[in-house]
Ligand binder design. Sequence first.
Ligand SMILES: Cc1ncc(COP(=O)(O)O)c(C=O)c1O
Length: 442
Amino acid sequence: MNPEESFKAVRNAMKAHHEWFKRSLPLIASENIVSPAVREAIISDFGHRYAEGWPGERVYAGCKYIDEVELICIDLAKDLFKSEFADVRATSGVVANLVVYTALTRPGEIMMAMPIPAGGHISHAPVYTKSGNFLGGTAGAVHGLNVEYFVFDRKELNLDVDKSSEKIREVKPKLLLFGASVFLFPHPVKELSEVGKEIGAKVAYDAAHVAGLIACGYFQDPLREGADTIQMSTHKTLPGPQHGMVLAKKELADAIKQATFPGLTSNHHLHNVAGLAIALAELKKYGKEYAGQIIKNSKALGQALYERGFNVLGEDKGFTESHTLIVDITNFQDKVGLGRDIEEKLEDAGIILNRNLLPWDISEGRNYLNPGGIRLGTSELTRLGMKESEMQVVADYIKRVIVDKDNPKKINAEVSDFRKDFQKVHYCFESELEAYEYIELH
Ligand SMILES: Cc1ncc(COP(=O)(O)O)c(C=O)c1O
């Protein structure tokens, strides 16, 4: 390809991607879509600049408006999360976790976190699995932490308070890390923090998935329940740009600032800080309704799938208290296959979600390549204006692909037609721009 052809090929692929998402049902739990106002910030000149350091104490010139924006972002974050301190410079959720590990622990110390098959994130994980296989998790491989796992109750789909308390007293971790990538129900932060404090442990909470819910008063309130820090990605239920931030009690401010810069960032992606500030302002104005609707939609989708023959986990607890649902699809193994096969079939039908480990998959001989579960998230469909009645329609499409084995191409055409009425981003500042409209500047 010559340079012009490369340019055209890249641009055409991006346009095709926009067109595809415009016609599909995006159900990936770790994703969302930003508002037009946030998109405007992301393509601003802030994206070409450097501003190392803290507002007012920069290592670079040219920062007067950047400082203004960053201070607004910090104030909004502190206000929404009722936090004494906020650092909005981490460039992603993994970096935010590393900032906390760096500020609160030293290599060789013990951290206790969620087991990966039960929903823990790879950034919480050790270098090796318990059976000695290389895993390369960030906590172990990058910061040298020894990771022990909380005890997970597979029936309750949550941490076992008694057994985890016993383990905390036995292994004496320096840090307890709550939060997960499969986060259906609030963790027992209060109960286990009390045990952690007995042995002098610090408590961190990875809110990557549930940050938008927490900011709007739903799910749980980690800082009031005993957490010393809440760190997060800013682009899942919190509908901001791809970025990160760390909130904390004020006595940890210096350690977190130092760990962030010069520790883990140089430039901190200023266009995303601006986008985050706008997303937080939108949450402050529209968040109560938005986050409440996410949870109503997840519960409605869980019930609708359950009624159509799917083994949605957590039925006895209303399926979920967040944006996420987990479905055990092993009963379809003979007819359709496992997680990866189902993910592919649904993608052909315009339904985009991801395969996911079930807490018992590893012990039953399955792995992440073709696990026994799928994970669904309702944040993006909620942003597109869908409510409980639309969740019935979504569940029907999924059933027709997996249970009835209808032709995915036929369903794809129907999904595309259904999507025509949901083309705007809701719960944000007004704009004429459609959700997946491709912006041509060249
Ligand atoms: C619980 C949790 N923490 C951290 C991350 C990493 O976030 P990022 O992709 O922003 O680095 C994720 C990503 O999905 C996550 O689920």
